[in-house]
Design a protein around this ligand. Structure first.
Ligand code: SMG
Ligand code: MG
Length: 369
């Protein structure tokens, strides 16, 4: 197949509420949306970069430049016979994995729509529904936190992740644990601590957490291995695992007992599936993380989470947890047992609401052969 045309847009879709991590705040989805055209079909993908270089080094502007100057021309150059080839096509590009993932997702969607196969089917998914939770940002005080968590629990979420940072860790975690003793609970520090905090972090062991996500530096594996030896709670790596090799290093060094797989962080579904297989072989559970995606990116996450070793609930909440209105006409809705249904229609299965997508598009380019 020859990709005939690539449309790239950068969007701004406001969140229903700002999302605050240990180090920054996001007010809106600032992703890139990619549309590939070939053989009369289309494939859509989302590169869920943030506005600033706070989660990783990428921003909407860097992704926009990478996409137009390198990624789109590289994808137009030559044939593509399988979506797995996109990862290899971009191998020469250093970093910029979230930008790359938008094109990779779009290629999977395109092939799926042409072949009449759902993304979950193409990836080897085994579930019709995936268990999901909700990620709760830093709140101004404990009362607000309890109100926010109560809202999600009432909406049907059975697993909650709290963002933590120094000064907002033990107390909020204790308060939520005391209010909901049976809740599946975990925390995420987004790289704010150092090994000096080991003793402090060990106090989280008292709260029966599923895991502590990325306590130490975004690019560290060694110190996490040292920290894991001092904690009962499993460490889960997010930021540190940017490729299958990083997953192998972390598994070999026992830097974590769980891995958060975000297909966007690792450049796409091909690398994500490889990490899933490596972790399964090592007996390490994985779950699907989230980057506050629109329905387009969410669909790739849901399909990936239908693979067998995704044995913990994902950060893949329903569309209405993020947006007043999603850019797809069939937004994701929460089922009663804290699950989302895995789409069965060809490709990602989402129907892009183009008129609404246009209304949140800041800039758009078309790159053709
Ligand atoms: O998509 O529901 C979601 C957000 C999940 O907490 C979440 N993501 O470090 O895991 C993480 C953060 C990264 C995104 S912050 C912009
Ligand atoms: Mg995280």
């Amino acid at each position: 197949m020859k990709i005939e045309q690539i449309e790239i847009r950068r969007i701004e879709l406001p969140f229903v509420a700002p999302f605050e991590t240990s180090g920054w705040r996001e007010y809106a989805n600032h992703s890139l949306i990619v549309r590939l055209s070939a053989e009369g079909a289309e494939g859509w993908g989302e590169a869920p970069v943030g506005m600033g270089p706070w989660y990783n080094e990428e921003t909407q502007s860097t992704a926009w430049a990478m996409a137009r100057e390198y990624l789109a021309p590289m994808l137009l150059d030559g044939e593509l016979s399988r979506p797995e080839e996109v990862d290899a096509r971009f191998e020469r590009v250093r970093g910029n994995r979230i930008a790359r993932s938008g094109f990779e997702f779009a290629a999977w969607d395109l092939f799926g729509r042409l072949e009449g196969r759902s993304l979950s089917q193409m990836l080897g998914g085994t579930r019709e529904r995936v268990e999901v939770g909700v990620s709760v940002g830093v709140q101004p005080d404990i009362d607000s936190l309890l109100r926010v968590v109560a809202g999600y629990v009432e909406a049907g979420y059975r697993r909650v992740k709290l963002k933590i940072k120094p000064g907002w860790d033990l107390e909020p975690t204790r308060a939520v644990r005391e209010a909901w003793p049976g809740l599946l609970l975990q925390v995420d520090a987004n790289s704010i601590y150092s090994l000096d905090h080991a003793e402090h972090l060990a106090r989280l062991d008292a709260f029966g957490l599923l895991l502590i996500e990325q306590p130490l530096a975004h690019d560290d594996i060694i110190d996490h291995a040292k920290l894991q030896r001092r904690l009962m709670t499993p460490i889960c790596l997010d930021e540190s695992i940017v490729s299958p090799d990083h997953a192998r290093w972390a598994l070999e060094l026992k830097a974590c007992r769980v891995i958060n797989i975000k297909p966007s962080r690792v450049g796409g579904l091909t690398a994500a599936r490889r990490i899933h297989a490596m972790a399964a072989e090592a007996g390490v559970p994985v779950w699907c993380g989230g980057m506050l995606e629109t329905g387009i990116g969410r669909a790739a996450n849901v399909a990936l989470a239908s693979l067998p070793n995704f044995s913990l609930p994902g950060d893949i909440s329903a569309s209405d947890r993020y947006f007043q209105r999603d850019v797809v006409a069939n937004p994701f809705m929460l089922n009663p047992e804290s699950t989302l249904s895995v789409p069965t229609a060809p490709g990602t299965g989402v129907v892009v609401d183009e008129a609404f997508l246009d209304s949140v598009t800041l800039e758009k380019v078309i790159v053709a052969r």
